[in-house]
Design a protein around this ligand. Structure first.
Ligand SMILES: Nc1ncnc2c1ncn2[C@@H]1O[C@H](COP(=O)(O)OP(=O)(O)OP(=O)(O)O)[C@@H](O)[C@H]1O
Length: 209
């Protein structure tokens, strides 16, 4: 896909004919210098934006050909997205378990709490975000993104606000999701996450190196 941003009458090509495939059961890391296009690519994959040219397929469906409304439905039901800042991912007034219940309802799926065990959050299910550490919040965000078996879990710099040991736990959490069959794509500067990935895609100036 190719995508440009137009600001103040100038055009900047953020992605040049980028082609990637992220497979089920694997962690794909998007790495590269600041401004290389990682977040732009992730937002395209998450159906948050539509590329100027090219297409994005989610589980075999060409989502770029869908109406805005149908694309929103794909995003809600089939994509889990994790923002960089742990608090941006969670609602203050919901407990960990209530987050999972909400996500399952949104995706029209049954609720499985086994994810909490896999992510080391089983004894935190009654806690609200403010009662959790940053690492626990980010693992809750992963659970929120992954419950209901979406086609993919995408995360933009999910360990940027965390210390090394919390980042390690988040990397382990991604591994648990991949082992459970999820497609995981993560944009990151963090060597802990890049090392945990099965596939690494390096972007430089909006192109795959
Ligand atoms: N909404 C936007 N409007 C205009 N330009 C944008 C917009 N979003 C990104 N860009 C530009 O597109 C290019 C790619 O940005 P992007 O955020 O995808 O890079 P990145 O690799 O994720 O960077 P970082 O590691 O710093 O987060 C940059 O030059 C950026 O300034």
């Amino acid at each position: 896909m190719t995508h440009s941003y137009r600001t103040a009458g100038r055009s900047l090509t953020a992605l040049h004919e980028v082609s990637i495939a992220a497979a089920r059961g694997r962690i794909t890391a998007l790495v590269g210098p600041s401004g290389s296009g990682k977040s732009t690519l992730l937002r395209m994959l998450a159906c948050l934006e539509r590329p100027d040219e090219g297409r994005v397929e989610v589980g075999g469906t060409d989502v770029t050909a869908l109406s805005a409304r149908a694309r929103r439905a794909v995003r809600r039901r089939r994509i889990g997205y994790v923002f960089q800042n742990p608090v941006d991912n969670l609602l203050d007034y919901l407990t960990v378990q209530e987050h999972l219940e909400l996500a399952a309802k949104m995706r029209g799926s049954g609720l499985s709490l086994s994810l909490l065990d896999r992510l080391g959050l089983d004894d935190r299910r009654g806690h609200r975000p403010r009662q959790l550490s940053g690492g626990e919040q980010q693992r809750t965000a992963l659970a929120f993104a992954a419950v209901g078996d979406p086609d993919a879990v995408l995360a933009d710099e999910p360990t940027a606000q965390l210390d090394r040991s919390s980042a390690g736990l988040v990397a382990e959490a991604f591994r648990a999701l991949a082992e459970a069959g999820q497609t995981v794509v993560v944009a990151t500067h963090d060597p802990v996450l890049a090392e945990a990935a099965d596939d690494v895609v390096e972007l430089v100036d909006g192109r795959v190196r």
